[in-house]
Write a protein that binds this ligand. Structure first.
Ligand SMILES: Cc1ncc(C[n+]2csc(CCOP(=O)(O)OP(=O)(O)O)c2C)c(N)n1
Ligand SMILES: [Mg+2]
Length: 892
């Protein structure tokens, strides 16, 4: 009898493993996957109790999440879709190559879309839903620099002309061009979501998905199964914004959200993780954060090989090769792959001995295999209670030939030589002759061809085209002026801050019968700072789950009320997330046909400075609403010091073309600006948004002077004329924000102690005045023979007597920006420099913006005009208690 007993420990172990696996298979057969899961959990607990310390891993093996036997059959015609995809690839390549022929260096990307074509084509043919016939469409964030592929698709669908394709990246060319990236500002009928500043697409998509839920939970929109898709690059995930909000998505159970990461393992300079595996890294991060993760790594040809992998050698090998090496396989021959990948173990080599080198080289990756991608997307759309991430492995520059495919330089590739174009043509079977091919002509089959019919049919079945931006919302109706009227009469002796005034206004707006329900208050954990806690109770804090606990302050009037239909978006300490919510709400007029009116209030220092790029993206998206920089002003937020005291946000707001930026001082100014803003944005449908600074200093608010509305909106008006109009010495004092109160004090000192008759102006918006001045100058330059236009600043100040002095809690560059349109140069006081912690009085002394410095600046300006002499100014310095040798705040 032959002795079959195991001969050594290794054999024993192998036998033991086999027995366990057989048992597991048995349980799977009889009890199903759920039973296997619970058994493994029990085993884990048992092992833990017995002292076995298992290392934590959130990873699954480096194989597809969906097994071959779990797949559903492909629902479309693979052959026609392959031909369509080839044509889309060709035109996408051709538009970049052509653009760079016409204009060397105009740029564009070939290799990104070359890697993601299958992901998008499967989406276009089977998943992405449009909005025709009143359907709730999907919201799709396309990877920004994949735009040539999206244009190429739209060309095939007949939505973009050949001329436009020719003019890719030449927007001023005759017949119109195409913008480099998704920019709704530039192509408002096409693009919806700007994505090309990397990291912003993913975070905006998360908050967009949450906002869609918010609208449903508040009953403003019916519940649907529409999805938010965000396509991103694997390199893009290094941006903190990309991953920074992913736990919100799982916490809020956003199963309407799908991320698709195109894992071509490369970014711009080189591999994303040469020494690691980006797919595994992302899987662990997202699974750890509570996402459903679907890995789509290997194409169908690998199924048979994995089937044969009884010992798990192949899976092990797949999991140990680092991305840098995988990238090398993409550029090397089949023989190289055989030697270096399969050669790791004799039994692996054995598995592929019947495949030629060429066949080995051609083993497809998951992201290039429509069937694998279809199944991944299908499962993603079926996800229940969780957001889903699809990790699709691809090759960067797929199909662009030897010069690019998989190479480190491929991202920058914008040109192909004749042979490469020819090879591309042949590889994808584009019917263009050898004679013509060098010119890379665009190709679109005849309208009655099978391909064109298929394209049209599929899009019709999916409710029309995407992307497409359509604004169908009706302007708001009804009057809401009453809400604001009470603020016109001032505070009647009571002291209040503009923040308090704003909160009162907001509270009233929320009750307005016409627009109240559209108001979206957004706050990043600062509601108490701004005295908004009464709103918690009034309208509730939005929470999809409602309130599952009894709040600790339930017995108080203003308790922390969370509710499924809550109206406030309390985002926690998260300005980027809050801004993303603002963008979703501020563009709901286009995405959802709803006039949502967001008010996002934040610490002004952490607004433009911190999330400026998101604001820029929102501006591109034509967002509407009010962003409010609370506790603003370098000297008004006393005590908080350098990192908190904002003296620059208006300067940072100036470059954003559609941002209306105001620094109001009085309740009525705020009321006039907000009322007008709502009308302009939601009644007249202007694509603008507002930035208003609010302050926490309490003072009395006077009634609105007669006839001041126009000036408040345009940027300046006289808020308190001098009581000494006949005085020999005259001055015009400009004040803004709370520094207006210092200006009013200076007016009194000048009149009483120096006999200077000074008019006080409130400058509500230097930014507006600056823009208007330049608009006039420009027009005049272009129309030299016409009657020149007069800037508003000039119009209102041309007869104003005396010298000009300005003071604000912001940088001096703001008043300097209007100086040229005044009758005389301006003495500008401002708060350039780093803030300090101290009292308002000490800060205003330090920054030289208090009443005494305004008085000094006025007297000095009069001295320059030889109306007073230097002795008087020197004496004033002494009398006012000014230290002429004090530190220069701008550089200390
Ligand atoms: C914030 C930001 N930084 C830099 C860039 C420039 N940039 C454009 S594409 C790119 C590489 C993208 O790599 P990946 O995300 O992996 O996308 P792929 O092209 O590989 O799909 C870079 C660095 C940008 N667009 N945005
Ligand atoms: Mg990449």
């Amino acid at each position: 009898m032959r002795n079959t007993a195991p001969t050594d420990a290794a054999q024993l172990e192998a036998l033991e493993t086999r027995e366990w696996l057989d048992s597991l298979d048995d349980v799977l057969k009889t009890g199903g996957p759920a039973r296997v899961g619970s058994l493994l959990r029990e085993l884990g607990i048992h092992a833990q109790k017995s002292g076995v310390r298992l290392p934590f891993t959130a990873n699954t093996p480096y194989i597809n999440t969906i097994n071959a036997d779990e797949q559903v059959p492909y629902p479309g015609s693979r052959e026609i879709e392959r031909r369509i995809k080839s044509i889309v690839r060709w035109n996408a390549m051709a538009m970049v190559v052509k653009a760079n022929k016409v204009e060397d260096g105009i740029g564009g990307h070939i290799s990104t879309f070359a890697s993601s074509a299958t992901l998008y084509e499967v989406g276009f043919n089977h998943f992405f839903r449009g909005r025709d016939n009143g359907n709730e469409g999907d919201i799709i964030y396309f990877q920004g620099h994949g735009s040539p592929g999206i244009y190429s698709r739209a060309f095939l669908e007949g939505r973009i002309s050949q001329e436009q394709l020719v003019n890719f990246r030449r927007e001023f060319a005759q017949g119109g061009g195409l913008s480099s990236y998704p920019h709704p500002w530039l192509m408002p009928d096409f693009w919806e979501f700007p994505t090309v500043s990397m990291g912003l697409g993913p975070i905006m998509a998360i908050y967009q998905a949450r906002f869609n839920r918010y609208l449903e939970d508040r009953g403003l929109k019916p519940k649907t199964d529409a999805k938010v898709w965000a396509f991103l690059g694997d390199g893009e995930t290094d941006e903190p914004e990309s991953l920074g909000a992913i736990t919100l998505a799982s916490r809020e159970k956003l199963d309407n959200l799908i991320f698709v990461i195109n894992c071509n393992l490369q970014r711009l300079d080189g591999p994303v993780r040469g020494n690691g595996q980006i797919i595994q890294e992302l899987e662990a991060i997202f699974r750890g954060a509570g996402w459903n993760v679907i890995k789509c790594i290997w194409g169908t040809e690998w199924d048979d090989l994995l089937e044969k992998d009884h010992e798990g050698l192949l899976v092990k090998r797949m999991g140990e090769v680092v991305d840098g090496e995988y990238q090398k396989y993409a550029v090397e021959s089949g023989a190289y792959v055989r030697k270096h990948f399969w050669g790791a173990h004799p039994r692996l080599l054995e598995m592929v001995k019947n495949l030629s080198d060429e066949q080995l080289k051609k083993l497809t990756l998951g992201g290039h295999d429509p069937n694998k991608v279809y199944n991944a997307f299908k499962r993603a759309t079926e996800s229940n209670g969780m957001p889903t991430l699809v990790l699709a492995r691809t090759i960067k520059g797929y199909g662009v030939g030897e010069s690019g495919e998989g190479k480190n330089v491929t991202h920058q590739q914008k040109k192909l030589n004749e042979d490469e174009i020819k090879a591309f043509r042949t590889r994808f079977g584009i019917p263009i002759s050898d004679d013509e091919v060098a010119k890379a002509p665009f190709y679109r089959p005849a309208p009655d061809s099978a391909e064109m019919k298929y394209v049209q049919e599929r899009r019709a079945a999916l409710n029309g085209p995407v992307p497409r931006r359509q604004v169908k919302v009706a302007p708001i109706v009804g009057e809401f002026g009453d809400t604001f009227d009470e603020f016109h009469k001032g505070t009647e002796g009571r002291k209040a801050s503009t923040t308090m005034v704003f909160v009162k206004m907001l509270s009233k707006l929320l009750k307005d019968e016409h627009i109240g329900k559209f108001v979206v208050p957004i706050v990043p954990d600062e509601a108490r700072t701004f005295g908004m806690e009464a709103l918690f109770r009034q309208v509730g804090i939005y929470a999809h789950a409602g309130q599952l606990y009894e709040p600790v302050d339930r017995d108080t009037l203003l308790y922390y009320k969370e509710a499924e239909d809550g109206q406030i978006l309390e985002e926690g300490i998260n300005e980027a997330g809050s801004m993303s919510s603002f963008i979703a709400a501020g563009t709901a007029y286009a995405s959802h046909g709803l006039n949502m009116i967001p008010f996002f209030i934040f610490y002004s220092m952490f607004g433009f400075q911190r999330v400026g790029d998101l604001i820029w993206a929102g501006a591109d998206m034509r967002m509407k609403g009010f962003v409010l920089g609370g506790t603003s002003g370098r000297t008004t937020l006393n005590g908080e010091g350098l990192q908190h005291e904002d003296g620059q946000s208006h300067v940072l707001a100036l470059p954003v073309p559609n941002c209306q930026s105001y620094d109001p001082a009085f309740a009525y100014e705020l009321a006039v600006i907000i009322e007008d803003g709502i009308k302009r944005m939601y009644r007249d449908q202007e694509d603008i948004f507002y930035y208003l600074t609010l302050m926490n200093e309490n003072y009395e608010h006077p009634p609105m002077p007669e006839g001041s509305k126009d000036g408040i909106l345009k940027g300046m008006y006289v808020c308190k004329p001098t009581s000494k109009p006949k005085a020999k010495l005259r001055a015009q004092l400009f004040g803004s924000g709370t520094i207006l109160t210092e200006t009013l004090k200076a007016q009194q000192i000048l009149e009483e102690q120096y006999n200077v008759g000074a008019d006080v102006w409130s400058i509500t918006s230097y930014v507006n005045l600056h823009r208007d001045g330049h608009a006039c100058e420009r027009w005049n330059r272009l129309h030299p023979a016409d009657k020149p236009k007069v800037p508003y600043v000039t119009k209102v100040t041309k007869d104003a007597p005396g010298v000009f002095v300005s003071a604000s809690d912001y940088l001096k560059v703001l008043p300097d920006s209007i100086d040229r349109w005044l009758p005389k140069p301006l003495q500008a006081l401002g708060t350039d420099g780093f803030g300090r912690s101290d009292s308002r009085a000490a800060l205003r002394n330090f920054f030289e913006v208090d009443a005494k410095f305004i008085v000094l600046a006025t007297l000095y300006a009069l001295m320059q005009e030889k109306q007073v002499d230097a002795d008087l100014v020197a004496k004033a310095i002494k009398d006012l208690g000014i230290d002429p040798e004090k530190l220069n705040p701008a550089i200390s």
